[in-house]
Ligand binder design. Structure first.
Ligand code: ANZ
Ligand code: ZN
Length: 820
């Protein structure tokens, strides 16, 4: 009778908790290992299969590391603020505080049922004032350093969520959350100056062990572009403006310039005769998203302002246009147009009949637009110079007249962090008529989020409706003042949580630097890839900013990162309630136990790829657990009954010993790189060998027991409750401390010698047909193998009257005799 069940899960969960098995040992820092999984939003009411896929296998990895002697820190918490929780509250009519608290309770119970070795004593919940007090502290520190500022800017507005969105939250022109098309609004908002760190964020990607794809997404998002700024004077005026170009070598080919419609110079530059047309065009372009404006296939449009500029390199007069293919937010919001060598400029020039002058020649005679590098032509003294050289020489000449300089541009924009929503950490700022913008003094933190607020979104910050919250006194002059009513983007809360875990109970400071500097960086971080350019970039920025303030002594928060794959519904589609293809972990765990569920997730999928759920898959893992349970029970009975004290290592022992050490070697290597599916396949091989051995009648008791202990130690990370149960059965432990646990055992090491099989069975063929099988020593040379094969009696017989033409030996497998 097999008896692994949820009762066994619960029994060991309780014992592990009672004996504080996972408590982090602060005295053993030389072997510390900080393993972190992205914490979850308590927005839905329950954990789903995806959470389990993130947390379960990583917990197995952490257990494996613990047994290898690492002092593992694996904390867990909840990313509790933000739109998902607030929208859930709006949908259900329950206050976000209440629903969040309830959801966290449910999720904690579920997480505990997983039996993961989380350091619950370090749990954090970001909507807890004890936590967001320090989020506000982080914000004020950034403000103090000039890294947080407020400015009026055209921002992304989601008309459905009724809030602004960071650039990162706009996907193909639509809101990341609800897919509604995003519009632009001019609003005064808070920003964090992540752009100050653009260069370092880019360069330090080389220092970290992250998936290449994620690194390249960040690289692209940061978007470094090396070029130059060139100054153009406006004809008959003292106005001038700069353009950003990556092709200064084409300066002689500029036949017009284009300003973004939003460029503040447009008003001044527009002639009366052109004004109406320009205004119409500007109004129309407001409705276009940046994505549309950058589309390569869209027809380029624009309007002439009536003014002219002077090309600084040759004094030529060129018309100034506006056009929406020029973005206000990139470079200087103005471009020099070179239709002969740029696709967009070319189609624009064709459409409006503007001149096209070739200034770059390739091998000769290329059609226009020719966008590659080549040799400069029609460029006065620069003729004959290559593009690469020309880019430098042209700017050198302009620099002497103060009309140009080398310039690096980044696509990365500052991070917009204010939200017109209720469920977030209040921004700790006060506005006073006399003193202006005043930060809330540190000793007055937290600025508490009030409970009684009408939080349904209407475009205005809900906190403006709370008289009690909004009216305050100025910390500076004591006069009447108003609080900032916007709350912080939830990504601010999660940009520093991995620091707080390491000192989560500190009431005096956000964290003690000495503690953090020992515990961090996070050694292994695992979570979904969807945060590549948000959370994972923000956290890197914040770490660097706090480092520069002297709080941290490391440059990167997450040394090594893995993205788990996605578990799909049984139909192969992404799980969703509307499709009815979701898998609820709870039901499966009740039926099979946590270990079967966890092991199925590890065995049924490649960890980084994921795949479709299969009930047959989990059933086969359940059968595997049944089978090993029977093997263990039989072995137990044999050890009890077998009084025949065999001590020798005979053929059967050697065979099992091979599988034992082979499994140790392979399981260790595979688990190390989170390749759980092949590791478990090795355990299946090992269990087959064990089963075969105990069916032989003569058993070496000591050897069997040793082997079973190794088997259980190898299995322990994958099936923690089950292995603990059987490890304790085979090794009854009486003392009071927690030496009982298999997780306090050392991870087994393999013996290279056991991997050399003394004998192998080879097949002997004549003309490709198997005629005999025989065992030979593994280390024989080819000639000896040939000799043995030819001496085999059945072979001798079969070769009677024939001529042996050739003998082919495939070592360790077969001998083929070619005979006529
Ligand atoms: C003249 C030129 C000639 C350009 C040529 C390209 C080819 P990256 O590499 O992405 O940085 N540009 C500059 N500011 C812009 C803006 N605000 N909106 C739209 N386009 C802008 O691209 C830099 C190039 O994009 C610049 O180099 C400029 O066009 C254009 F044969 O200048 B170039
Ligand atoms: Zn004041």
């Amino acid at each position: 009778m097999t008896n692994y069940s949820t009762a066994i899960d619960r029994k060991w969960q309780k014992k592990w908790e009672d004996t504080e098995l996972y408590k982090f040992n602060a005295d053993k820092m030389d072997k510390k290992l900080y393993v972190l999984e992205m914490f979850s939003y308590p927005s839905g009411s329950k954990l789903h299969a995806g959470h389990w896929f993130n947390y379960g296998p990583v917990d197995s990895w952490a257990r494996f590391k613990r047994m290898q002697g690492y002092n593992v820190f694996q904390p867990m918490g909840f990313d509790a603020f933000g739109l998902p929780a607030e929208n859930y509250a709006i949908k259900t009519g329950i206050h976000p505080w209440d629903s969040t608290k309830q959801n966290i309770k449910t999720m904690e119970t579920q997480l505990k049922a997983m039996g993961a070795m989380f350091n619950w004593e370090s749990e954090i919940v970001t909507c807890d004032p004890e936590y967001y007090k320090w989020t506000q502290w982080v914000f004020l520190k950034l403000y103090e350093k000039g890294l947080a500022y407020r400015k009026k800017a055209p921002v992304n507005w989601c008309p459905s969520c009724n809030t602004v969105l960071a650039n990162e939250q706009v996907v193909d022109g639509a809101c990341e959350r609800c897919d509604t098309e995003v519009t632009k609004k001019d609003l005064t908002q808070w920003f964090l100056k992540i752009t100050d760190y653009a260069e370092e964020l880019l360069n330090d990607l080389d220092k970290i062990d992250w998936p290449e794809k994620t690194k390249s997404m960040q690289k692209h998002w940061i978007g470094k572009s090396t070029g130059a700024e060139v100054t153009f004077k406006v004809k008959d005026s003292n106005i001038s403006f700069d353009v950003f170009t990556t092709r200064a070598d084409t300066l002689f080919g500029v036949t017009y310039v284009v300003l973004a419609p939003e460029n503040p110079l447009v008003d001044e530059l527009t002639n009366d005769s052109q004004r109406e047309e320009v205004e119409q065009y500007r109004a129309a372009s407001k409705k276009q998203s940046d994505i549309e404006r950058q589309s390569l296939t869209r027809e380029k449009t624009g309007v002439f302002t009536g003014s002219y500029a002077i090309n600084p390199i040759n004094g030529r007069e060129i018309p100034i246009w506006i056009g929406d293919y020029v973005l206000a937010t990139y470079g200087t919001g103005a471009v020099m147009a070179v239709p002969a060598h740029d696709e967009r400029d070319f189609s624009f020039a064709k459409k409006y009949n503007l001149p096209i002058i070739r200034v770059i020649e390739g091998k000769g005679g290329e059609e226009l637009p020719f966008t590659e590098y080549g040799t400069m032509v029609n460029s006065d003294e620069f003729d004959g110079i290559t593009s690469e050289e020309g880019k430098i020489k042209v700017i050198e000449k302009l620099a002497k007249q103060n009309m140009g300089s080398q310039k690096v541009n980044y696509r990365l924009r500052d991070w917009l962090v204010s939200r017109q929503r209720y469920w977030g950490a209040p921004i700790p700022i006060v506005y006073c008529d006399k003193c202006g913008t005043v930060p809330v003094p540190y000793e007055n933190l937290p600025v508490t989020l009030p409970y009684d607020v009408e939080f349904a979104p209407d475009g205005k910050s809900p906190l403006t409706k709370s008289e009690e919250f909004i009216n305050t006194t100025c910390p500076h002059c004591g006069g009447k003042a108003k609080r900032e009513a916007d709350t912080l983007d939830t990504f601010v809360c999660s940009s520093w949580y991995y620091l707080r875990y390491a000192d989560s109970k500190n009431t005096e400071e956000a964290f003690k630097p000495e503690k953090i500097n020992k515990m961090l960086p996070v050694d292994k971080y695992v979570g979904g890839p969807e945060h590549a350019c948000m959370h994972l970039l923000y956290a890197r920025f914040l770490t660097k900013a706090l480092r520069d303030m002297g709080y941290l002594n490391f440059d990167e928060p997450f040394t090594s990162l893995t993205h788990q794959g996605l578990i799909l519904g049984p139909d192969g589609f992404k799980m969703s309630k509307s499709k009815g293809n979701t898998i609820s972990p709870d039901e499966y765990i009740n039926e099979y136990g946590a270990d079967v569920f966890r092991m199925y997730l590890m065995f049924g999928f490649s960890y980084v790829e994921g795949g479709a759920w299969s009930d047959d898959g989990i059933k086969s893992v359940a059968r595997f657990v049944d089978r090993i349970e029977r093997i263990l029970q039989n072995s137990y009975a044999i050890l009890e009954e077998n009084k025949n004290l065999k001590t020798s290592m005979d053929k059967a022992e050697k065979e099992l010993n091979f599988w034992r050490h082979n499994s140790i070697k392979q399981v260790t290597a595979d688990t190390e790189i989170l390749q759980f599916n092949t590791a478990i396949a090795r355990m299946m091989e090992f269990s087959n060998a064990l089963s075969k051995y105990i069916q032989e009648n003569e058993i070496n008791n000591d050897f069997l027991k040793e082997t079973i202990n190794d088997f259980l130690r190898l299995l322990a990370p994958f099936a923690p409750h089950f292995s603990e149960e059987y490890f304790n059965r085979f090794n009854p432990y009486t003392s009071e401390d927690n030496g009982y646990s298999v997780f306090n055992q050392k991870w087994p090491e393999f013996d290279e010698k056991a991997l050399i099989k003394d004998e192998v069975e080879i097949a002997i063929q004549i003309n490709g047909k198997i005629k005999a099988k025989t065992n030979i020593p593994t280390d024989l040379n080819e000639d000896s193998i040939k000799a043995i094969a030819l001496k085999e009696s059945s072979i001798k017989e079969a070769l009677e009257g024939k001529n042996v033409v050739k003998v082919i030996v495939i070592k360790g497998r077969l001998v083929n005799i070619v005979a006529k």
